[in-house]
Ligand binder design. Structure first.
Ligand code: DGY
Length: 327
Protein backbone atom coordinates (compact mmCIF):
# COMPACT_ATOMS: atom_id res chain seq x y z
CA UNK A 1 0.00 0.00 0.00
CA UNK A 2 1.58 3.29 -1.15
CA UNK A 3 1.62 6.20 1.32
CA UNK A 4 -0.51 9.08 0.02
CA UNK A 5 1.67 11.90 -1.21
CA UNK A 6 0.94 15.36 -2.56
CA UNK A 7 1.01 15.66 -6.33
CA UNK A 8 0.85 18.98 -8.16
CA UNK A 9 -0.33 18.79 -11.78
CA UNK A 10 0.80 21.99 -13.52
CA UNK A 11 -0.41 21.36 -17.09
CA UNK A 12 -3.67 19.72 -18.21
CA UNK A 13 -3.60 15.93 -17.93
CA UNK A 14 -6.07 13.62 -19.71
CA UNK A 15 -8.92 12.53 -17.40
CA UNK A 16 -7.84 8.88 -17.31
CA UNK A 17 -4.31 9.79 -16.22
CA UNK A 18 -5.56 12.26 -13.63
CA UNK A 19 -7.76 9.46 -12.27
CA UNK A 20 -4.72 7.16 -11.93
CA UNK A 21 -3.02 9.79 -9.77
CA UNK A 22 -6.16 10.58 -7.75
CA UNK A 23 -6.65 6.87 -6.97
CA UNK A 24 -3.39 6.87 -5.02
CA UNK A 25 -2.43 10.41 -3.99
CA UNK A 26 -3.74 13.85 -2.99
CA UNK A 27 -3.81 15.74 -6.28
CA UNK A 28 -3.92 19.49 -6.87
CA UNK A 29 -4.27 20.86 -10.38
CA UNK A 30 -2.88 24.38 -10.74
CA UNK A 31 -1.43 25.93 -13.88
CA UNK A 32 1.12 28.60 -12.88
CA UNK A 33 0.22 30.67 -15.98
CA UNK A 34 -3.42 30.91 -14.88
CA UNK A 35 -3.40 30.34 -11.11
CA UNK A 36 0.01 31.45 -9.81
CA UNK A 37 -1.15 31.69 -6.19
CA UNK A 38 -2.73 28.22 -6.10
CA UNK A 39 0.39 26.85 -7.78
CA UNK A 40 2.70 28.52 -5.24
CA UNK A 41 0.59 27.26 -2.33
CA UNK A 42 0.55 23.65 -3.60
CA UNK A 43 4.28 23.78 -4.32
CA UNK A 44 5.03 24.20 -0.61
CA UNK A 45 3.79 20.69 0.17
CA UNK A 46 4.25 18.96 -3.20
CA UNK A 47 6.14 15.66 -3.22
CA UNK A 48 5.69 15.24 -6.97
CA UNK A 49 5.18 17.57 -9.92
CA UNK A 50 3.87 16.58 -13.33
CA UNK A 51 3.59 18.85 -16.38
CA UNK A 52 5.59 20.47 -19.15
CA UNK A 53 6.99 23.68 -20.60
CA UNK A 54 7.48 25.56 -17.34
CA UNK A 55 10.80 26.95 -16.18
CA UNK A 56 11.90 25.08 -13.09
CA UNK A 57 14.84 26.99 -11.61
CA UNK A 58 16.53 27.23 -8.23
CA UNK A 59 14.00 29.80 -6.98
CA UNK A 60 11.08 27.49 -7.78
CA UNK A 61 12.87 24.57 -6.12
CA UNK A 62 13.52 26.69 -3.00
CA UNK A 63 9.74 27.10 -2.77
CA UNK A 64 9.25 23.31 -2.95
CA UNK A 65 11.01 22.00 0.18
CA UNK A 66 9.63 18.43 0.13
CA UNK A 67 9.80 17.77 -3.60
CA UNK A 68 10.99 14.26 -4.50
CA UNK A 69 10.25 13.97 -8.21
CA UNK A 70 9.38 15.99 -11.31
CA UNK A 71 7.78 14.07 -14.14
CA UNK A 72 8.02 16.03 -17.37
CA UNK A 73 5.55 15.38 -20.18
CA UNK A 74 8.27 15.97 -22.75
CA UNK A 75 11.44 14.40 -23.99
CA UNK A 76 13.35 17.70 -23.85
CA UNK A 77 14.43 18.85 -20.39
CA UNK A 78 16.08 22.20 -21.14
CA UNK A 79 13.55 24.09 -18.98
CA UNK A 80 14.78 22.32 -15.82
CA UNK A 81 17.78 23.41 -13.74
CA UNK A 82 19.43 20.00 -14.04
CA UNK A 83 22.43 20.60 -11.79
CA UNK A 84 20.12 21.98 -9.06
CA UNK A 85 17.88 18.92 -9.28
CA UNK A 86 20.92 16.67 -9.00
CA UNK A 87 22.30 18.63 -6.05
CA UNK A 88 18.98 18.41 -4.22
CA UNK A 89 18.44 14.71 -5.00
CA UNK A 90 15.19 15.38 -6.89
CA UNK A 91 14.45 12.74 -9.52
CA UNK A 92 13.60 13.98 -13.03
CA UNK A 93 11.69 11.78 -15.48
CA UNK A 94 10.77 12.44 -19.12
CA UNK A 95 9.00 10.79 -22.06
CA UNK A 96 11.42 9.46 -24.70
CA UNK A 97 10.51 6.79 -27.29
CA UNK A 98 6.72 7.25 -27.29
CA UNK A 99 7.04 10.42 -29.39
CA UNK A 100 9.88 9.42 -31.72
CA UNK A 101 7.88 8.43 -34.80
CA UNK A 102 5.39 11.30 -34.44
CA UNK A 103 8.11 13.95 -34.21
CA UNK A 104 9.85 12.35 -37.20
CA UNK A 105 6.56 12.57 -39.13
CA UNK A 106 6.30 16.28 -38.26
CA UNK A 107 9.88 16.93 -39.32
CA UNK A 108 9.30 15.17 -42.61
CA UNK A 109 6.09 17.14 -43.14
CA UNK A 110 7.83 20.47 -42.64
CA UNK A 111 10.75 19.33 -44.78
CA UNK A 112 8.35 18.45 -47.62
CA UNK A 113 6.35 21.64 -47.13
CA UNK A 114 9.51 23.74 -47.25
CA UNK A 115 10.93 22.11 -50.38
CA UNK A 116 7.61 22.11 -52.27
CA UNK A 117 6.32 25.44 -50.91
CA UNK A 118 3.13 23.70 -49.76
CA UNK A 119 1.86 26.36 -47.33
CA UNK A 120 2.63 29.28 -49.63
CA UNK A 121 0.93 27.61 -52.62
CA UNK A 122 -2.04 26.44 -50.59
CA UNK A 123 -2.52 30.05 -49.45
CA UNK A 124 -2.49 31.10 -53.11
CA UNK A 125 -5.54 28.90 -53.67
CA UNK A 126 -7.29 29.82 -50.41
CA UNK A 127 -6.87 33.52 -51.03
CA UNK A 128 -8.26 33.37 -54.59
CA UNK A 129 -4.92 34.18 -56.25
CA UNK A 130 -4.82 30.97 -58.39
CA UNK A 131 -5.93 32.64 -61.60
CA UNK A 132 -3.51 30.95 -64.03
CA UNK A 133 -1.14 27.97 -64.13
CA UNK A 134 1.76 28.66 -61.83
CA UNK A 135 5.06 29.60 -63.47
CA UNK A 136 8.58 28.64 -62.54
CA UNK A 137 8.83 31.49 -60.05
CA UNK A 138 6.58 29.35 -57.84
CA UNK A 139 8.09 25.93 -58.56
CA UNK A 140 9.47 23.95 -55.67
CA UNK A 141 12.61 21.88 -55.20
CA UNK A 142 12.71 18.07 -55.17
CA UNK A 143 12.97 16.06 -51.98
CA UNK A 144 13.69 12.54 -53.32
CA UNK A 145 17.33 11.92 -54.08
CA UNK A 146 18.56 15.07 -52.31
CA UNK A 147 21.26 14.82 -49.67
CA UNK A 148 19.97 15.28 -46.12
CA UNK A 149 22.39 16.36 -43.39
CA UNK A 150 21.20 15.69 -39.84
CA UNK A 151 22.72 17.30 -36.74
CA UNK A 152 21.93 15.26 -33.67
CA UNK A 153 21.43 11.60 -34.45
CA UNK A 154 19.43 10.35 -31.49
CA UNK A 155 16.21 8.40 -31.73
CA UNK A 156 14.31 11.10 -33.64
CA UNK A 157 17.18 11.93 -35.99
CA UNK A 158 17.44 8.24 -36.86
CA UNK A 159 13.68 7.97 -37.42
CA UNK A 160 13.85 10.91 -39.87
CA UNK A 161 16.85 9.27 -41.56
CA UNK A 162 14.83 6.07 -42.10
CA UNK A 163 12.06 8.04 -43.80
CA UNK A 164 14.56 9.90 -45.96
CA UNK A 165 16.82 7.00 -46.93
CA UNK A 166 14.29 4.17 -47.26
CA UNK A 167 11.28 6.16 -48.47
CA UNK A 168 12.82 8.93 -50.56
CA UNK A 169 16.18 7.52 -51.69
CA UNK A 170 18.03 10.34 -49.96
CA UNK A 171 21.69 9.92 -49.03
CA UNK A 172 21.94 10.83 -45.32
CA UNK A 173 24.93 12.46 -43.65
CA UNK A 174 24.84 12.93 -39.92
CA UNK A 175 26.91 14.68 -37.31
CA UNK A 176 26.88 13.76 -33.63
CA UNK A 177 29.45 13.73 -30.84
CA UNK A 178 30.21 10.08 -31.54
CA UNK A 179 29.38 7.90 -34.57
CA UNK A 180 26.29 5.78 -33.94
CA UNK A 181 26.82 2.01 -34.09
CA UNK A 182 24.36 1.47 -36.90
CA UNK A 183 24.86 -2.32 -36.89
CA UNK A 184 23.22 -2.56 -33.47
CA UNK A 185 21.07 0.59 -33.29
CA UNK A 186 19.75 1.09 -36.82
CA UNK A 187 20.86 -1.74 -39.13
CA UNK A 188 18.52 -0.55 -41.90
CA UNK A 189 20.62 2.63 -42.15
CA UNK A 190 23.93 0.81 -42.63
CA UNK A 191 25.50 2.07 -45.85
CA UNK A 192 22.80 4.75 -46.09
CA UNK A 193 23.75 7.17 -43.30
CA UNK A 194 27.34 8.38 -42.89
CA UNK A 195 28.91 10.05 -39.86
CA UNK A 196 30.44 13.21 -41.34
CA UNK A 197 32.45 16.15 -39.97
CA UNK A 198 30.24 19.22 -39.57
CA UNK A 199 31.91 21.41 -42.22
CA UNK A 200 31.72 18.62 -44.79
CA UNK A 201 28.07 17.90 -43.91
CA UNK A 202 27.17 21.58 -44.36
CA UNK A 203 29.01 21.82 -47.67
CA UNK A 204 27.40 18.69 -49.14
CA UNK A 205 23.80 18.74 -47.85
CA UNK A 206 20.86 20.04 -49.90
CA UNK A 207 18.78 20.10 -46.73
CA UNK A 208 20.26 20.54 -43.25
CA UNK A 209 18.10 19.36 -40.36
CA UNK A 210 18.85 20.34 -36.75
CA UNK A 211 17.55 17.87 -34.14
CA UNK A 212 19.72 19.14 -31.30
CA UNK A 213 18.84 19.27 -27.61
CA UNK A 214 19.39 22.68 -25.98
CA UNK A 215 22.50 22.61 -23.79
CA UNK A 216 25.29 25.08 -22.97
CA UNK A 217 27.22 23.59 -25.90
CA UNK A 218 24.42 23.90 -28.48
CA UNK A 219 22.87 27.26 -27.51
CA UNK A 220 23.33 29.61 -30.49
CA UNK A 221 25.67 27.18 -32.27
CA UNK A 222 23.80 27.60 -35.57
CA UNK A 223 25.28 31.00 -36.34
CA UNK A 224 26.62 33.17 -39.15
CA UNK A 225 29.60 30.87 -39.78
CA UNK A 226 27.32 27.82 -39.87
CA UNK A 227 25.03 29.28 -42.53
CA UNK A 228 28.04 30.55 -44.51
CA UNK A 229 29.33 26.95 -44.73
CA UNK A 230 26.05 25.59 -46.14
CA UNK A 231 25.79 24.64 -49.80
CA UNK A 232 24.39 27.59 -51.80
CA UNK A 233 20.64 27.13 -52.38
CA UNK A 234 20.22 24.64 -49.53
CA UNK A 235 17.33 24.65 -47.04
CA UNK A 236 17.46 24.59 -43.23
CA UNK A 237 14.96 22.75 -41.03
CA UNK A 238 14.79 22.94 -37.24
CA UNK A 239 12.84 20.28 -35.32
CA UNK A 240 14.93 20.36 -32.12
CA UNK A 241 15.13 23.50 -29.99
CA UNK A 242 14.82 27.08 -31.25
CA UNK A 243 17.58 28.55 -29.10
CA UNK A 244 20.21 26.40 -30.84
CA UNK A 245 19.78 28.90 -33.71
CA UNK A 246 20.94 32.49 -33.75
CA UNK A 247 17.78 33.83 -35.40
CA UNK A 248 19.45 37.07 -36.57
CA UNK A 249 22.03 34.94 -38.39
CA UNK A 250 19.26 32.84 -39.92
CA UNK A 251 17.49 35.95 -41.21
CA UNK A 252 20.75 37.31 -42.55
CA UNK A 253 21.42 34.05 -44.40
CA UNK A 254 17.92 34.17 -45.93
CA UNK A 255 18.06 37.85 -46.87
CA UNK A 256 21.69 38.35 -47.78
CA UNK A 257 23.22 34.88 -48.03
CA UNK A 258 22.46 31.84 -50.16
CA UNK A 259 20.01 30.02 -47.86
CA UNK A 260 16.97 29.24 -50.03
CA UNK A 261 14.37 28.45 -47.38
CA UNK A 262 13.79 27.47 -43.76
CA UNK A 263 11.20 25.24 -42.08
CA UNK A 264 10.93 25.90 -38.36
CA UNK A 265 8.86 24.05 -35.76
CA UNK A 266 10.74 25.67 -32.87
CA UNK A 267 11.87 29.19 -32.01
CA UNK A 268 14.14 30.88 -29.49
CA UNK A 269 11.05 32.39 -27.87
CA UNK A 270 7.73 30.54 -27.94
CA UNK A 271 5.04 31.44 -28.80
CA UNK A 272 6.81 33.35 -31.58
CA UNK A 273 6.55 37.09 -30.81
CA UNK A 274 4.17 38.94 -33.16
CA UNK A 275 6.97 41.21 -34.35
CA UNK A 276 9.38 38.41 -35.28
CA UNK A 277 10.37 38.72 -38.96
CA UNK A 278 10.35 34.89 -39.09
CA UNK A 279 6.56 34.91 -38.72
CA UNK A 280 5.88 36.33 -42.17
CA UNK A 281 9.13 35.84 -44.07
CA UNK A 282 8.16 34.56 -47.56
CA UNK A 283 10.77 31.78 -47.49
CA UNK A 284 10.09 30.55 -43.97
CA UNK A 285 7.55 27.84 -43.19
CA UNK A 286 6.80 28.29 -39.46
CA UNK A 287 4.89 25.83 -37.28
CA UNK A 288 3.80 26.34 -33.64
CA UNK A 289 6.01 23.62 -32.06
CA UNK A 290 3.80 20.69 -33.07
CA UNK A 291 6.50 17.98 -33.07
CA UNK A 292 4.63 15.56 -30.81
CA UNK A 293 1.18 17.17 -31.03
CA UNK A 294 -1.11 14.33 -32.08
CA UNK A 295 -3.95 12.93 -29.95
CA UNK A 296 -2.30 9.52 -29.77
CA UNK A 297 1.19 10.66 -28.91
CA UNK A 298 0.27 13.37 -26.42
CA UNK A 299 -1.83 10.76 -24.61
CA UNK A 300 1.04 8.26 -24.66
CA UNK A 301 3.36 10.94 -23.25
CA UNK A 302 0.92 11.78 -20.45
CA UNK A 303 0.53 8.09 -19.66
CA UNK A 304 4.29 7.49 -19.47
CA UNK A 305 4.78 10.64 -17.36
CA UNK A 306 2.04 9.48 -14.97
CA UNK A 307 3.62 6.02 -14.73
CA UNK A 308 7.03 7.57 -14.04
CA UNK A 309 5.59 9.72 -11.26
CA UNK A 310 3.67 6.88 -9.63
CA UNK A 311 6.73 4.65 -9.75
CA UNK A 312 9.03 7.18 -8.05
CA UNK A 313 6.46 8.04 -5.37
CA UNK A 314 6.07 4.31 -4.68
CA UNK A 315 9.83 3.98 -4.20
CA UNK A 316 10.31 2.15 -7.49
CA UNK A 317 12.70 2.78 -10.38
CA UNK A 318 10.88 4.85 -13.01
CA UNK A 319 10.52 3.65 -16.61
CA UNK A 320 12.17 6.77 -18.04
CA UNK A 321 14.46 8.66 -15.64
CA UNK A 322 16.63 11.50 -16.94
CA UNK A 323 20.24 11.40 -15.78
CA UNK A 324 20.72 14.82 -14.18
CA UNK A 325 24.22 13.81 -13.03
CA UNK A 326 25.38 14.01 -16.65
CA UNK A 327 24.27 17.65 -16.94
C1 DGY B 1 9.47 17.50 -26.36
O1 DGY B 1 8.79 16.61 -25.83
O2 DGY B 1 10.48 17.95 -25.83
C2 DGY B 1 9.05 18.01 -27.70
O3 DGY B 1 9.64 19.23 -28.00
C3 DGY B 1 7.56 18.09 -27.78
O4 DGY B 1 7.16 18.33 -29.09
Amino acid sequence: MTTKKNVLVFRPLPEDQLARLQAVHHVTVADPRKEPEAFAAALRTANGLIGASHTVDAALLDAAPVLEVISSISVGVDNYALAELHKRGIVLCHTPDVLTETVADTVFAILMATQRRVVELSNLVREGRWTKNIGDELFGTDVHGKTLGILGFGRIGQAVARRAALGFGMPVLYHSRRPVDLATQAPELQGRAMHTPLDELLARSDIVLAMLPLTDATRGMIDVAFFACMKPGAAFINGGRGATVNEAALLHALNHGTLRAAGLDVFAKEPLPADSPLRTHPRVTPLPHIGSATHETRHAMAELATTNLLQVLAGEKPTAPYDTAAA
